[in-house]
Structures are given as C-alpha cells and as structure tokens.
Design a protein around this ligand. Structure first.
Ligand SMILES: Nc1ncnc2c1ncn2[C@@H]1O[C@H](COP(=O)(O)OP(=O)(O)O)[C@@H](O)[C@H]1O
Ligand SMILES: [Mg+2]
Length: 303
C-alpha cells in the first residue's frame, strides 16, 4: 500500500496560519506513519506535469490511491483530470477530478443541489451588465443580498450588501474583474446570524460537525475571516441534507456547509478539500478518530 499525497508546500501551510506541526497535514502524516502506511508527498508548487502518458503512468501509476490536500484548486483541477484520464490503470483519486470540479465552481454545485431538490439559498446568475443585475436584485430579492463570484474561497469574494448603492459598487468592481468568468451569484441573504454548520462527510457518514459563527460586525463565518467554531450536535435532518449534498457532487471526503433557517436546513456550498483545524479543535476528544476515519476511507478505496 502506497499513498500519494498531493499537497501544499510547508511555506504555504504556514502562511495559512500556525506552525506545520499544528497543521492538519502534519497530523494526517503522523497518523499514517503510526499505522506504518507508506506515502509520498507531491508538493504542488514545486512540481510541473508533462501531458505525456509515460510520465503520468510512471509518476502516479505506482500508487494505490492519490489523496489531494492542495486546497488551491485553481492549480489542481486540470492536473487531476490529466492524471485521471491518462493513467492506464486508474488509481483512485480522493476526491476525484469530477467531484473537485463540481465543488470548485459554486454555480455547478448549486445547479446540482437544485436538480436533486436539496434546499439551498435562492440564487440568480447575474452578469457584467451591472444594471441588469441590479434590476434582478430589485425584482427577486430584498436587501441585504449576497453577491459572490462563482469561484472563490475563504469568503474573499463574498459580498453582503445592504442597499442599491453598495450592490452597484460591488457589481461594477466585479464586472471589471476576471475577463473569462463574469457570471455572478446574486443570492438571498440567509438570516442565520452569521452562523452555519460545517459537516465533515466521509463516504456515507457525517463523521464530525461544528457550528461556525462570524465575529460581529463580520457576517461571514469563514475561519479565515476570524470566524469561531462552537459545538453542534448532529441530528437526523442535518445528517440527511449533509449526505444528500455530498452525494450530489459525487461523494468522498467533503466539507458540507449548511445554514440553519426557520424553514429548515439549507445547503450553501461543498468544499472539496476541507480544512480540518477548527473542526478538530472543536471535536478535540475525537481528533485521532476523525483522522483515522480519513485514512480508513483512503484504504477502503485504494486498489
Ligand atoms: N446566502 C447567504 N446568506 C447568508 N450568509 C451567506 C450567504 N452566502 C454566504 N454567506 C456567508 O459568507 C460565507 C462565505 O460564503 P461561501 O459561499 O461559503 O463562500 P467561500 O467559498 O468564499 O467560503 C459563508 O460561510 C456564510 O457565512
Ligand atoms: Mg465557504
């Protein structure tokens, strides 16, 4: 058994906060060592890939499973597809290129949620015609409203706007941004007091969960924006929506983010390389168990 871990460089991990030894990657690697499971590290920023069958088969064909822990999908989505499609004998990739693509673009995720009737915030796709987008807001929503780029993470491209003026400023700015992708999310603002629930789904189980709360006046719950975790007990409804949402993108090891609303749970987004630090901190007593469940899943799916 040999695992290939595709991940960040240590420098990048440190930039994300904390020391390498406190990071989830270190904990996973230590647990693998403890269980005497061999692995190689493939540190993305120091590697290039040749689109050549020999290269791909020689480099990746020797593994039993490939585990993707590089959260910068802007540089891995294409690579995963190349590895997946050029291997003579497919080595399972966790999560697969398809799952990564389904999660990476929020438009794709929301489309899949809608297709399977999984509750999610009402969403309109606006574009770089600012006035058309503003008209859509007027017609379909009440302020506050949420404007997002369909690709983004850590809350960086999520704008909660309270009025027409703010919406116009954000839309004008975004419409001059990425030349190749100007489909914007315009979304119902869910009144959940800056809170949402992060579920770690592994295969067909919710393995752990916690509630993320924005620290006021911030309304976005992302840990990278100062959000804090608190304990949250699993219940049948939460479990059901988390598993349905995970299945709809193809399943694997996923972070499913869910709003609790007065009309029940609504799925917001699904993270293909979930960060684990806060989840492990909140579920401290289960830390080893959670990491071992990740490893068990890799082993179960290995060839
Ligand atoms: N429709 C919404 N209603 C209320 N809050 C939202 C909504 N969409 C996003 N947020 C808040 O902003 C945060 C970041 O949005 P999200 O869609 O998860 O993008 P990212 O990929 O950048 O994390 C969420 O965790 C949530 O706290
Ligand atoms: Mg998010």
């Amino acid at each position: 058994m040999k695992i290939c871990i595709i991940r960040y460089g240590i420098k990048e991990l440190k930039k994300m906060g904390g020391s390498f030894k406190e990071s989830e990657e270190y904990k996973i690697e230590q647990a693998l060592k403890k269980r005497r499971i061999e692995f190689d590290l493939w540190v993305t920023p120091y590697r290039t890939y040749t689109i050549d069958k020999d290269f791909i088969n020689k480099t990746f064909g020797k593994y039993n499973v490939i585990f993707v822990r590089d959260k910068r999908h802007y540089r891995t989505v294409g690579i995963l597809e190349v590895i997946n499609d050029l291997l003579d004998v497919p080595v399972p990739i966790i999560n697969s290129a398809e799952v990564a693509s389904n999660c990476w673009d929020k438009l794709v995720t929301t489309k899949l949620l809608e297709k399977e009737n999984i509750p999610h915030p009402k969403t309109v796709i606006g574009n770089d015609n600012v006035y058309v987008s503003l008209k859509a807001i007027e017609k379909e929503f009440n302020y506050p409203v949420v404007i997002k780029t369909s690709i983004g993470s850590h809350g960086n491209n999520v704008f909660i706007v309270d009025n027409y003026e703010q919406a116009k400023t954000v839309l004008t700015k975004l419409s001059r941004g990425n030349f190749y992708k100007r489909e914007f999310y315009i979304q119902e603002y869910i009144k959940a007091d800056g809170k949402d629930i992060r579920c770690l789904v592994i295969g067909d189980k919710v393995v752990a969960q916690y509630m993320r709360t924005a620290v006021k006046p911030e309304r976005r719950s992302n840990i990278h924006l100062g959000g804090k975790g608190i304990k949250y007990e699993l219940n049948k409804d939460l479990e059901k929506i988390a598993l349905r949402a995970s299945n709809v993108v193809g399943g694997g090891i996923l972070g499913v983010d869910i709003f609790e609303t007065k009309d029940g749970y609504k799925a917001n987004e699904i993270n293909e390389t979930p960060e684990l630090n806060e989840l492990l901190r909140i579920n401290k007593k289960d830390e080893k168990k959670i990491i071992n469940k990740i490893i068990d899943y890799l082993l179960e799916n290995a060839i």
